[in-house]
Ligand binder design. Sequence first.
Ligand SMILES: NC(=O)c1ccc[n+]([C@@H]2O[C@H](COP(=O)([O-])OP(=O)(O)OC[C@H]3O[C@@H](n4cnc5c(N)ncnc54)[C@H](OP(=O)(O)O)[C@@H]3O)[C@@H](O)[C@H]2O)c1
Length: 262
Amino acid sequence: MISETFWRGKSVIVTGGSSGIGRAVGEALAAVGTRVGLIARRREPLVATAAAIRRLGGMTEEEACDVTDAAALAAAVASLERRLGECEVAVASAGIHRTSWPLDAAIAADVIDVNVKGCIHLAAAVLPGMLSRRRGWFCGIASIAGVVGLPGNAAYCASKAAVVAFLESVRLDAAAEGVRVTTALPGVIDTPMITNAERAAGGVMPADVAAVRILRGIERGRAEVWFPRRTAIAARAARSLPPRIRDAFLRRQPRLEEPGGD
Ligand SMILES: NC(=O)c1ccc[n+]([C@@H]2O[C@H](COP(=O)([O-])OP(=O)(O)OC[C@H]3O[C@@H](n4cnc5c(N)ncnc54)[C@H](OP(=O)(O)O)[C@@H]3O)[C@@H](O)[C@H]2O)c1
C-alpha cells in the first residue's frame, strides 16, 4: 500500500507514463487523489492511459513529447504544471531497450539518448522549481542492469549505469536544498519491454507491484530501491565477487532480448 496522506493532492509528472512501469505508477496514484501528468511520444497510448486513470477516479493530463528533446520536454512540463499545479514529484520512467551485440553505434546512441538524456532533461526541467520551493521528490528508473553488465546489453547497461551515477550525484546536491532523489533499480518487470521468453523464465514482477515499490521508496525518502528481492541479492553478490569470477557468473546469465524477437 502507498501512503494516501503523502500522495493526496500532490502533482506528479511521469515520463514513459503511457506504458509499463510509468503507466502502473499513474494508475496506483489514481486511487489516492494525486494529480498525474503523463509524458510519452505516441499520443494514442497516452490518451488510452489517461482514460484508464480517469476511470479509476484519478485526475490526469497528458503531453506527447520526446524526452530526448530538452526544450520540448521543458515545454511539456510547463504545460502540465499550468494544468495540474507545480510539479512536486517527478518520475523518469521513459526508456528503451535494444540488444547491442553485435555492437551498432547508432542503436547504442539511441539507447543512451533516451535512457540517459531523457532522465537528465526531466531533472533539468523540474529541479529548478523544486529547489526554489525547497521541496520535491525526483525518482529515476534505472535498472539492476546498471550495476552489473549483462551479455548482449552493453549499451543498455551503460545507459543505466549512467542514470545510477547521475542520480547519486544529484542526490548529494539536492538533499541540502530540501529535494529528495530516489534511484529505482528494478530487475525484470512484466511490461511490453520484456520478451515472452523472459516471462516464461520466472522471477518476473508484475508492473503494479513494481509501481508500489517505487512509490513507497519515494514517500519514505529512500536513496535507492532494489527489487525483486532475489534479483537484488544476486546482483549485490555478483558485484562483490572478484572480476574474473563475476564475469564467469554473468556470462551464464540469460541475454535480455528485444520484444518481438520471440
Ligand atoms: N521492464 C523491465 O524489466 C525493466 C527493468 C528495469 C528497468 N526498466 C526501466 O523502466 C523504465 C520503464 O520501462 P517499461 O518496462 O515500463 O517499458 P515500456 O512498457 O516499454 O514503457 C516505456 C515508456 O517510455 C516511453 N518512451 C520511450 N521512448 C521515449 C522517448 N524518446 N520520449 C518519451 N517517451 C518515451 C514509451 O512511450 P512511447 O514509445 O510512446 O514514447 C513508454 O511510455 C525504462 O526506463 C526501463 O529501462 C524496465
